[in-house]
Design a protein around this ligand. Structure first.
Ligand code: ATP
Length: 518
């Protein structure tokens, strides 16, 4: 895997209409990507697989740690919410400029406020350089260290130090160099105006995550359905982040889609639900085709955690080894125990009571009933990126095999493959196209809910197979001379290239056995 070339994967993605640069005819726009016909299908198939596993048949029928089926409800909330939502969530407060974090001390700095002491000569001899904030205690401390290391020194803005040299930058108050993160716009929200006047009173933001829409509708869902805790709410949708440096194809974009679950439970059950969801989510990614050593679950160290999550049961990431992160891994999905942080924030900012009353809890009364308990639920949040998921599927499926007539193919799971099957007449005459058209129509009627069935009469049969291999189409059926006499067709398996003959009237069931009933 590590030797897969991202350039080749991107070239195939473009050539076959999976992913295009947004606004390409105008030179593109950095951090935005469009999905072409095959990409739109692949993305929909992954979203649908998630939706089935999360909403329609939660965790494929597995029982939760409480021994009951997992209760999940869907939701579809707006991209633009009341601006106070983002005040409560902490997305607005104070974060107006690119910031860098120190991984060691957990301090956060304005990027443009940091300076570095470097040797007057410019030659650091491979030694660390000393970062400081003017007018803070770090200034004098770092100056002393820098003079000891280099003698004559001068200060330069951190922004003038090339990124490759950041591993040698000793952050203010830090013990070891290399702890500063890349600058990120913490007010990474896209601003817009609601209504015609466009005054500062009308400022609104495009959501940077879908999660907050769920938190602010939690009480409505509880009050308008018969659901009881523990239960989860799921939604998929666009999120927008004005990332400072969008990069690695669709991995870090400015517009992307999330698939998020907020699972609400009693605080005493949060640790069990955290473990349950963490494992269930890894299983999902394995099932859609990321099984193998490129997929890992990484439990965060406690000191990596967000402040509210430190009291929680944990946070972990499902990570995939992308060609551009190899030998390391990149995050596909984060699973976090968010405690009651978000509900508490909204309760405070909206001045609405978001507590639940659970009649089956609390002390046992003499009459055998329970007294009931009022509490703010804890939340387990599995938050996945759909675009990163699609990218991981493409990277995993991409295979080069020079021995084949089609040297590049996508080994996509049949459930995820954009085109489910293709039907070809070997040649476009001698009664073959009539049979292949009939077969195509029959398969389309039965399987169109799963995805398109292709019919292609042009070019040599080898080229048509190669096109389908690149599109990740798992099965090709070819009507040939023998079909007319023996009522059989060949079926070609994408992964092995092997062909077998099956009866024409068995084709539909053959596909159903492999794709599901249609
Ligand atoms: P990162 O550390 O990579 O910026 P994050 O921890 O900020 O990610 P979350 O806020 O946990 O990400 O968002 C949940 C998921 O949304 C991520 O696991 C990822 O799959 C996806 N995601 C986040 N930011 C982006 C982005 N800029 N482009 C594409 N997908 C993203």
């Amino acid at each position: 895997m590590t030797n897969k070339s991202m350039d080749k994967i991107m070239a195939l993605a473009k050539r076959r209409g999976f992913v295009y640069q947004a606004s390409e005819i105008y030179g593109g726009i950095n951090g935005f990507w469009d999905y072409g016909p095959l990409g739109a299908l692949l993305k929909k198939n992954l979203r649908d697989a998630w939706w089935r596993d999360v909403v329609q048949n939660p965790c494929r029928g597995a029982l939760g740690p409480n021994g009951e089926p997992v209760r999940m409800l869907p939701l579809d909330t707006c991209i633009i919410q009341h601006p106070k939502v983002w005040e409560a969530s902490g997305h607005i407060a104070g974060f107006n400029d690119p910031m860098v974090d120190c991984r060691e001390t957990k301090a956060r700095y304005r990027y443009d406020h940091l300076f570095v002491y470097v040797p007057e000569s410019g030659d650091t001899q491979g030694k660390p350089v000393f970062c400081f904030m003017p007018d803070s205690p770090s200034e004098a401390k770092q100056k002393k260290k820098a003079e000891k290391a280099f003698g004559a020194i001068r200060s330069v803005p951190l922004s003038s130090i090339p990124k490759e040299e950041w591993p040698r930058v000793l952050a203010p108050e830090a013990e070891k160099p290399g702890s500063l993160t890349e600058p990120r716009a913490f007010n990474l929200m896209f601003k817009t105006y609601v209504g015609a006047t466009a005054s500062e009173d009308d400022v609104a933001y495009l959501r940077p995550e879908t999660a907050q829409g769920i938190f602010v509708q939690f009480k409505n869902v509880l009050d308008t359905t018969r659901v009881k805790l523990p239960f989860g709410i799921a939604q998929t949708g666009k999120a927008f982040r004005n990332e400072v440096t969008p990069r690695n194809f669709t991995f870090r974009s400015r517009e992307f889609e999330q698939m998020e679950i907020e699972f609400f439970c009693h605080p005493s059950e949060a640790a069990d639900w955290y473990r349950f969801w963490r494992d269930a989510r890894v299983e999902f990614w394995k099932r859609v085709g990321l099984a193998g050593e490129n997929l890992v679950l990484r439990e965060h160290d406690r000191d990596e955690l967000a402040h509210y999550a430190r009291e929680g049961a944990g946070t972990s990431d499902v990570e995939y080894r992308f060609p551009f992160t190899a030998p390391g891994f990149g995050e596909l999905e984060g699973i976090a125990h968010r405690t009651s942080f978000d509900l508490a924030q909204h309760q405070k900012h909206a001045r609405v009571n978001l507590e639940v009353f659970d009649a089956e809890r609390g002390e046992l009364l003499p009459n055998g009933a329970r007294k009931g308990e009022k509490y703010l639920p804890h939340v387990i949040e599995p938050s996945a990126g759909l675009d990163r998921g699609v990218l991981a599927l493409l990277c995993e499926a991409y295979t080069e095999d020079a021995s084949r007539p089609s040297p590049e193919l996508l080994r996509l799971h049949p459930e995820l493959a954009p085109i489910k099957a293709a039907v070809f007449p070997l040649v476009n005459k001698d009664g073959m196209p009539e049979i292949s058209e009939r077969l195509h129509a029959e398969l389309t009627r039965r399987f169109c809910r799963l995805g398109p069935i292709e019919h292609d009469v042009k070019q040599s049969i080898g080229k048509r197979y190669a096109r389908m291999d690149e599109a990740g189409c798992p099965y090709c059926f070819t009507v040939d001379g023998e079909t007319v006499t023996s009522q059989t067709v060949t079926v070609r398996d994408r992964d092995t290239g092997a062909q077998e003959r099956i009866a024409l009237d068995r084709v539909s069931d053959f596909l159903a056995e492999r794709l599901g009933p249609g």
